[in-house]
Design a protein around this ligand. Sequence first.
Ligand SMILES: [Ca+2]
Length: 314
Amino acid sequence: MRSISYFGLMAVGILFLNSCKKESQASCDLRPSARVDIRTIAASKLLSAEQPQSSDTSEMVLLRGGVLNTKDHFSGESKSVPIAPYYIDKQLVTVEDFEFFVKATGYKTDAETYGNSAVFVFEHDAWEMIDGADFRHPFGPKKTRAEANHPVTQVSWNDAQAYAKWKGKRLPTAAEWEWAASAEGRTQSIYAWGENMQEGAVFKANFWQGDFPSKNTKADGFEATSPVGYFGVTTLGLSDMGGNVWQWTLDDINPTPEEASGDPPTRKLTKGGSFLCDPEVCHGFKIFGHSSSTPETGMVHTGFRCVKDVAIHH
Ligand SMILES: [Ca+2]
């Protein structure tokens, strides 16, 4: 069952905090009642003649391995995670990137299969399931079409997995995402770009200014998504490592008791925060912050980037 419940939104920084509380309250009542079978495309169909060269790492950054010191996203307990070297996409996957994949493979997203997807409706200050919302029309068919250079949204975890597989890549683990955001563990800063969401008149990310959910001043220039890379890059050359859209990871996370009452047991962890997050109440932008959702759920504020393992030659 799809859900846009946010009871699971938690951030792990110095403290284990509930985050995006207002976002939670605005979205937690929406639980689609009908179960729909998930029909994702068979993996073999994705291995088409038009599959891109899996060795292409031109738009990626190679990160060294090491040991990440982090906290368990569910228990909050400190832990060390060994990290092998890997490549990571410099940018979020764009609408144009995803459109190319769909045209090459005929892939049908979960949102298209269900016929609706989760949209935060600004006019209602609330999350709703909107018929016809999909990655081309993230706010629904009556709204503006998604712009090519913006991050793709309304893609479920399953959809992101399919795209990554076709590219010869995969989704990052949460630890790999944090390793990249923390400049291979070298920075102790709060955010991937430093200590502040805003420095003087300069916004460091696309987030919510004002008072969520009723007032969005759009002082950073964007009510919803922004072009990938618009707010600059980290020292490793990575853009949108916080803000703009939440990013799917490989990690499973246990549902809270409230989530478990209506959702399937598996939830997938997301990183980075989004344009809908008000930093007054949401800690998703922090390197060690996180959220989660169910793997078949597309949302207007969730996208992804890919990583790639380093080939080992013997
Ligand atoms: Ca914004």
